[in-house]
Design a protein around this ligand. Structure first.
Ligand code: CMP
Length: 143
């Protein structure tokens, strides 16, 4: 079954909207298979955001993502990467449609509440960065 990595960033944790974010994916019918509140080390941040190294916002991005707890999750379901990207909305909240997480909750690209893997390949890499295999719970979705 397809999996993706989603992370409520420090701004989303501080604003106490973890519950709403989780609720949006649950009510869509996706399956939560791993979750934890954690601090991101500089080393982990550099690995996770390696593709952005050298971009003007890279240093601020590292500072921000390591500034406070994040809520890291793995979600499962058919086409879960594409579906969660739709529910999250465009990277820049200015372009994100109302009804999406970023469209509803934020104003600035540097504080856009949530990260979601952008492809099945990124999902695999990001899940392995944040979770041990034994932290991912496989269980049957009955309804
Ligand atoms: P995310 O989906 O976590 O992936 C990379 C992040 O870089 C992105 O969300 C934004 O929060 C952040 N970022 C900060 N500034 C910019 C920018 N100018 N353009 C794109 N992404 C940015």
């Amino acid at each position: 079954m397809d999996k993706t990595f989603l992370m409520v960033k420090p701004d989303g944790v501080q604003r106490q909207i973890i519950g709403d974010v989780v609720n949006r994916f649950e009510r869509k019918g996706l399956q939560l298979v791993a979750a934890k509140l954690m601090m991101v080390s500089v080393e982990l941040a550099e690995k996770h955001y390696g593709e952005h190294k050298g971009k003007p916002f890279y240093e601020d991005l590292l500072k921000f993502i390591t500034s406070g707890p994040v809520f890291a999750m793995v979600w499962q379901g058919e086409n879960v990467v594409e579906i969660t990207r739709k529910l999250i909305g465009k990277t820049n909240p200015m372009d994100a449609e109302p009804g999406t997480i970023r469209g509803d909750y934020c104003l600035y690209v540097s504080k856009n509440i949530i990260h979601g893997s952008d492809s099945p390949e990124s999902a695999k890499r990001e899940i392995a960065l944040f979770f041990q295999e034994n932290e991912i719970v496989e269980y049957e979705k009955l309804i």
